[in-house]
Design a protein around this ligand. Structure first.
Ligand SMILES: C[S@@+](CC[C@H](N)C(=O)[O-])C[C@H]1O[C@@H](n2cnc3c(N)ncnc32)[C@H](O)[C@@H]1O
Length: 293
């Protein structure tokens, strides 16, 4: 386990590939990261309304929180309902943490440069609410397990963990997309983080159960249609050559029909040009840490 989650290569790899700070990250894909936040804030608010009173001080941690978009949204939504809270945004990338003040405000907010896997062993701090958005996909299967386990360990008894991630509807499209991200990673040569492993919903259920969570629930799923070329695409922002984006398009467009259907891969207009779009599907799961009856 030590090698899997504390390896220097892992941290260096993540940091090298995630240089983007603050608003730059949030605005990737036309502000997609500011959308759908209510999927996370609403279950947290319901949880807090059910189990805490107005004078509680609720401690929130955003694991792999980047610039704190999600943690900030949770904190603000609690404040609107009259709850006091503290927030720490934990990330291994200091460029990402630079955006924390802008995104989350400064009152009761602490950016922390740290590997959240430390919570598996030595870290003693505990939280009422832990969020983790868009983190699992940058790891492999084994690291996914330890990511959930570290959140479980870091929760107070009775606390809630909310996790939003990119998922694959079935194993066939999972294989196709894992390969797709590998191809992109090659083109981008470590300039920008690419998912490595797209989890299926079945894998997530299994991980939540294995790590000890209780009252596990899929809070919702949502979809964003992403262009491969032209306006709003990663190709536009992160320097693919024309040949590279054509190669990617061809790869996607020539996948078996079943995968194309599952991922809604289709050709449509993007500005003045025809391009391939594919659906990115996100799911939000929550789980509680409670004493087993
Ligand atoms: C795609 S970004 C998501 C940022 C943020 N959660 C959001 O949704 O806006 C993934 C973040 O996870 C961080 N990360 C990955 N593994 C980590 C670890 N073991 N400890 C702390 N941060 C980690 C990366 O540095 C990166 O900032």
């Amino acid at each position: 386990m030590e090698n899997v989650v504390k390896s220097k290569d892992y941290i260096e790899g993540i940091c090298k590939r995630e240089r983007i700070a603050g608003k730059d990250y949030g605005n990737t894909f036309n502000g997609m990261y500011y959308k759908h936040l209510e999927y996370i804030t609403e279950p947290v608010l319901r949880h807090v309304d059910a189990y805490y009173h107005r004078y509680s001080m609720i401690s929130i941690a955003d694991f792999g929180g980047g610039s704190g978009i999600v943690g900030g949204a949770i904190k603000r939504s609690l404040k609107e309902k009259g709850y006091k809270s503290t927030l720490i945004v934990i990330d291994v990338n200091k460029n990402q943490l630079e955006g924390v003040g802008k995104e989350a405000g400064t009152l009761g907010v602490r950016p922390v440069l740290k590997n959240f896997f430390d919570f598996l062993q030595d870290d003693k701090e505990r939280f009422d609410v832990i969020s983790m958005r868009n983190v699992l996909n940058y790891m492999d299967r084994e690291q996914n397990y330890y990511a959930l386990k570290s959140a479980y360990n870091a929760l107070r008894m009775g606390g809630i963990y909310v996790n939003s991630f990119l998922f694959s509807p079935d194993e066939e499209s999972q294989k196709a997309m894992n390969k797709f991200y590998g191809i992109q990673e090659g083109f981008l040569q470590g300039k920008y983080a690419r998912p490595r492993h797209l989890v299926t919903l079945y894998e997530i259920w299994e991980l939540f159960l294995k790590t000890g969570f209780f009252r596990i629930e899929c809070v919702g799923t949502f979809t964003e249609s992403i262009p491969v070329r032209g306006k709003g695409s990663l190709a536009e922002k992160h320097i693919y050559t024309t040949e590279e984006s054509e190669l990617i398009e061809n790869y996607l467009y020539n996948l078996p029909d079943s995968v194309k259907k599952a991922l809604n891969i289709c050709r449509k207009k993007n500005g003045s040009e025809d391009t391939v779009f594919l659906d990115s599907r996100f799911a939000v799961f929550k789980g509680r840490k409670i004493k087993w009856p």
